[in-house]
Design a protein around this ligand. Sequence first.
Ligand SMILES: [Zn+2]
Ligand SMILES: [Zn+2]
Length: 213
Amino acid sequence: MKITIIYDNTVFRDGLKSDWGFSALIEFNNRKILFDTGGNGAILLENMRKLNINPKSIDTIFISHNHFDHVGGLSEFLNKNNDVKLYAPSTFRGVKNVRELEYIVAAKEISENIYTTGELDRIEQSLIIKTEKGLIIIVGCAHPEIEQILNVAKRYGEPYALIGGFHGFNKLQILTELCFLTPTHCSENTEKIKSLYPEKYISGGAGKVIEFE
Ligand SMILES: [Zn+2]
Ligand SMILES: [Zn+2]
């Protein structure tokens, strides 16, 4: 299981562009899932090129929620490759140029060991990957609140890692139950999380690669 952050508010690897938004590539079980698409298609595709990620190699797109900084790059990506299955929250309408589209409302397994929390609070879904270590949970902005996201994820196993935007999140004690934390994108309390959980904290940023066995 490998996660490559393609688009982020900050840069981890020199040469990539930072911009407000989030996108990551998740490689797992021979699937290549693009999680969100950042705010700007040109920056998304340029960072992908610099990371040697071929848009045509991607088979699945998972959209967390309909905010510009997560969906802004989608149409330009689909111009490069629309031979994908797209999982969109039910409140995100209007995508046409795609091979297969599934609107998500409730939590479910979308592929072997790959789950969605469902569209929580009618705004956002999170992606859950079940590994030997536990659940790797990828969030866009975590608008439905991390506590609720973790509670839904627990139907499928023990949460291990939480990666993505921790928007407006300040119940930092909840994070004790996790083993791996990458608050990035819109996360506000990154420094506090780092000082509270130094052994669990891994920084994000465009170009960051995270691998789990
Ligand atoms: Zn966001
Ligand atoms: Zn958002």
